[in-house]
Design a protein around this ligand. Structure first.
Ligand SMILES: [Mg+2]
Length: 313
């Protein structure tokens, strides 16, 4: 069985050794801090134990001090904190819990009691993990397209907004592509929707395999995809779009046999703009370029231009 990692912070060397060996005998993997500051340093590390025992009285940062610091940092993952103290006044207990401790135990500790309370902590941490996993699954469902697994329309627009602001802040380039599968309706009409879905999935997978790792792909509409390419300057953007176009044009081995589909792509990039365009202006420019690619015979890449008026504000 895996050992449960636990962090203990105790300034009294005798008691620290006692606690450490008691825990190790019970199968815990013990990380030791000799004072509050060391404990706090540990807690800020991503991979430090989730189960924590803090002595109340320590020089520098006390147990409750460490607790308060920990609870004020929402970016750190949840820790189950047990405060250990020689104090036994009720008001102290309240102060400890108010500082953010989950539980409280008096010194000298009763072995059975500590054992039982640590088990409670482990159970709560387990529930917390399950809750996070369920939350993550929900978040994924809410932001991803169920069919293709890429971002959905709402999420890719949010990502565009975020990347646009970042590009403005960092004065870096940003490119977007609007991609529409050509004659997709025919696939559905001739082979049925299930084959249409296969074509959508395969096309999305080819896009994912062709873009750079930090590019973002979203299903914008039925057979329309929006790709956000942070840092991509105009020339690179064209080449990238060309690679994506070529990958989609490869024959698709579907359940209805070999199929061919192509894509028309409109690209538009911003670079060192004095003022940022609105996301919708960028999308509209890419959209117009995509329609121009359609008009010029499909299966091609066209570059869009942002209208000066749209670069304002
Ligand atoms: Mg102490």
């Amino acid at each position: 069985m895996d050992k449960t990692p636990i962090l203990i912070a105790e300034d009294d060397p005798m008691f620290r050794v006692l606690l450490q060996s008691w825990l190790e005998d019970r199968g815990y993997d013990v990380v030791v801090a000799e004072n509050g500051q060391q404990a706090w340093d540990q807690l800020q590390a991503e991979r430090s134990p989730k189960l924590v025992i803090l002595d109340w009285m320590m020089p520098g940062l006390s147990g409750p001090d460490v607790c308060r610091k920990l609870r004020s940092r929402t970016d750190l993952r949840y820790r189950y904190v047990l405060l250990l103290t020689a104090r036994s006044e009720k008001q102290d207990l309240v102060a400890g819990l108010e500082a953010g401790a989950d539980d409280y135990l008096s010194k000298p500790f009763d072995a059975l009691e500590l054992h039982a309370r640590l088990n409670v902590g482990r159970r709560i941490l387990e529930l917390q993990e399950q809750l996070l996993a369920a939350q993550e699954a929900l978040r994924f469902e809410a932001t991803h397209d169920g069919l293709t697994g890429v971002w959905n329309g709402g999420a890719i627009l949010q990502a565009l907004d975020r990347e646009l602001q970042r590009a403005g802040r960092m004065q870096t380039a940003l490119g977007i592509m609007m991609l529409d599968l050509d004659n997709f309706k025919q696939v559905n009409d001739v082979h049925g929707h299930l084959v249409g879905d296969e074509v959508l999935r395969t096309s999305a997978r080819r896009m994912s395999e062709t873009v750079r790792v930090y590019d973002l792909i979203g299903r914008y509409g039925g057979e329309e995809f929006l790709i956000v390419a942070p840092g991509s300057i105009a020339a690179a953007l064209q080449q990238q779009a060309e690679r994506i176009r070529a990958s989609i044009a490869e024959p698709i081995n579907s359940s209805a046999g070999m199929l061919r589909i192509s894509a028309s792509i409109g690209v538009v990039g911003i670079e060192g703009q004095r003022s940022l365009p609105e996301p919708h202006a960028l999308v509209r420019a890419a959209d117009q370029a995509m329609y121009r690619a359609k008009a010029k015979g499909k299966n091609r890449v066209e570059e869009g231009v942002l209208q000066e008026a749209e670069v304002g504000s």
